[in-house]
Design a binder for this molecule. Structure first.
Ligand code: ADP
Ligand code: ASP
Ligand code: MG
Length: 437
């Protein structure tokens, strides 16, 4: 019998009706042996995800505000689902414990992990499957590093005999303190479960029928991608195509397990397969997809003959390191060097960073260009199709989009351009329509 691990995202578990769809999918195929649920997500446009409500609640506890109303809202959210499903889970007492833990100084990681925890409890009650607390199986060496050897062993021994519900997004360190992955991290838990069980496929169920060549909220009737490689998925996810967490690739790539993105609301659709490069069919188009991420800044630095000055780049990078800033790209010329940084890292530090770079390298000119969007046009096909860059820049030029930065990785898997935030959607549409007629 082949083995399938199924992860369901927040929209797939937002209401009782969605829970029922999930149960039907799981029970329709005996090969689905582990399910990894997210916390309930948005029920409608403008709704708030349970994880965001928990984060808000934690913020109130920290500032000493009364969070009772918030806890009541979250309790209501779970009770609505529970009551409609007619299952037995004591949500009230679970939420009471969380409130008490918060009063006793519970960590943010603990609080924001409770959405997945309760979602898992409910799904376990609905399916009659075993509930495994991720705090007992997903092992972190510290607050950021996973112990994958221990994690795989634990998942294998806890989940081998019975069908299991393993909530996503979190685990615990050696002291039993809860540690979460970054946002969207239930995708990683699903990938770990797939790798641990040597699954034949990792199914990732969401609210769209797979990966599209561009964000379907931006491009109408956008073309579906049947298949893409792990590398393409990673590039596109990292650059904003939020379907799957970019780090979910690593555990499955090690074992060559394909990922199948599927739609909970249309389970009959094939979805998208994410496979190793070697198994990829040939691409008819030169690009696989286009994605974008807002809110970056570029620091442009100019100094005559900088390319012949030893240690020049190192000194700039040391300044960034001292300010705990990680950089995204670093395009260079003979006399110029630019660093592209997410605004999130540069916030409130601009003046200090500029001062320190001036001190370190005494540049002829230094400036910051704020509020840029990075757009990645991506695909293995680029290597084989002439004129990809020409087409890309023609699309931007014809749509009056000013390009402030260009970077192409050595793998020729993508071309990244920096444009004004305001041009984001226009650029995605322009590039997409240039390549897909
Ligand atoms: P889940 O809650 O199931 O984890 P996410 O919100 O993380 O779902 O991811 C699914 C969403 O990703 C879709 O609803 C879609 O709007 C968005 N998305 C962005 N870019 C793309 C793309 N290129 N292809 C498909 N979906 C995309
Ligand atoms: N619930 C978490 C989040 O909203 C994790 C996840 O859904 O994957 O980020
Ligand atoms: Mg997600």
């Amino acid at each position: 019998m082949s083995i399938k691990i199924a992860k369901f995202g927040g929209t797939s578990l937002a209401t009782a009706q969605q829970f029922r769809k999930v149960a039907e999918i799981l029970l329709s195929d005996n090969e689905r042996i582990i399910v990894v649920p997210s916390a309930p997500g948005k029920r409608f446009d403008g709704d708030i995800k349970v994880t965001d409500m928990l984060i808000e609640c934690y913020g109130m506890a920290i500032t000493g505000d009364d969070f009772k109303k918030k806890i009541d809202d979250i309790t209501q959210r779970f009770n609505d689902i529970k009551n409609e499903l007619g299952i037995k889970v004591d949500i009230d007492s679970e939420m009471k414990t969380i409130s008490e833990d918060m009063r006793n100084g519970a960590s943010e990681a603990y609080v924001k992990s409770r959405g997945e925890f309760l979602s898992g409890k409910m799904l376990s009650a609905l399916l009659g499957w075993k509930f495994v607390d991720p705090a007992t199986v997903i092992v972190f060496k510290n607050s950021t590093t996973l112990d994958s050897v221990a994690t795989y062993q634990n998942i294998k021994s806890e989940c081998k005999d019975q069908k299991t519900v393993l909530p996503g997004y979190f685990g615990a360190d050696g002291d039993g303190e809860i540690v979460t992955f970054s946002r969207g991290g239930s995708d990683i838990t699903g990938a770990l479960a797939a790798a641990a069980m040597d699954a034949d496929v990792y199914e990732n169920w969401t609210d769209v029928s797979g990966f599209y060549m561009a964000d379907p909220r931006i491009v109408e009737n956008v073309r579906h991608i049947e298949e893409l490689s792990y590398e393409e998925l990673r590039e596109l996810s990292y650059m904003g195509a939020g379907v799957l967490h970019e780090n979910a690739i690593f555990p499955v790539r090690e074992k060559g397990i394909p990922i199948n993105i599927k739609n909970t609301n249309k389970p009959q659709d094939e979805g998208t397969y994410i496979v190793p490069f070697s198994k990829l069919k040939k691409h008819e188009l030169s690009i696989t997809g286009v994605a974008g991420k807002r809110d970056f800044s570029i620091i442009n630095i100019k100094k005559t003959s900088m390319n012949s000055e030893l240690g020049f780049a190192r000194r700039i990078l040391s300044v960034l390191e001292n300010h705990k800033i990680s950089l995204e790209h670093m395009p260079t010329g003979i006399d110029t060097l630019s660093v592209v940084i997410s605004n999130e890292f540069l916030k409130d530090k601009e003046d200090d960073v500029i001062r320190d770079i001036k001190k370190a390298i005494n540049p002829d000119m230094i400036e910051i260009i704020p509020d840029l969007t990075l757009i990645a046009t991506c695909g293995h096909g680029m290597v084989h199709h002439l004129g990809t860059a020409a087409k890309l820049f023609a699309a931007l030029y014809e749509n009056d989009i000013n390009v402030r930065m260009i970077d192409q990785g050595s793998s020729e898997l993508n071309i990244i351009v920096g444009i004004e935030n305001d041009d984001y959607e226009k650029a995605v549409k322009a590039i997409y329509h240039q390549f897909v007629q």
